[in-house]
Design a protein around this ligand. Sequence first.
Ligand SMILES: [Zn+2]
Length: 245
Amino acid sequence: MMYSGEGIVLRRKVLREDDFLVTLLTKEYGKLSLAVRSGAKIKSKLSPPLANAHRIEFAAVKGQEIDTLTFSAILERFGPLEASLEQRLRALQLVEAVDRLVGDHVADRQIYDHLSEALRVLGQTSDAVRAGKFLAHRFLWVLLHRLGTGPEVRFCVNCRKVASLSSFSVAKGGMLCASCHGMDAGAISVPPRLIPFFQLEKERDDSIASGDLALFSRIVYEWVALHLSRPLNSFSFTDTYVSRG
Ligand SMILES: [Zn+2]
């Protein structure tokens, strides 16, 4: 049986000899992996669209164990992602986050659009160091909330008060207010100006100071790490590389 759709390329992995496996986040079927037969051969027409985090159209045929890709073509390259190493690394963060956090075969149009839009914005940004860092971590934060694994950010996890939130507690699972700050000795102080970023009210990085961006990124990543058995390689690598560069 044949089927077709559109998807965003998340990952490639060698299967055997010239065959590889491509993992896509598809609009219609959620995340799925397809075998690309002879895809590693130079003459393969299937392979080039799968080289980066492109949005592609594809066709596949059902197999006993694994489905096989029979057609692929690029629909969108997401701007000049191929031009800048920083942007490619940031794109890698977005797709790795989806690959690791999203389960197979669960179609979710909001997550699909969230990833497309983030890649599009990333392709248009000229400042992959700062804007890119904010974008990647905000993307993760939104993704976690969408997947139902986000922490409580609207009120204090201890007393449920909405006012004077002052720290984030990984152990308690969200924000603590000034009165409850002492509940967790490991709680990380969050300045009031940064709270709206955690509550997803601010979409752009325009008004975030670099120290605040570092704090935002650290808290997002600490929360993500809780949900994963091993770290996101692209996050450990990129922030080391980009901050040194
Ligand atoms: Zn409280």
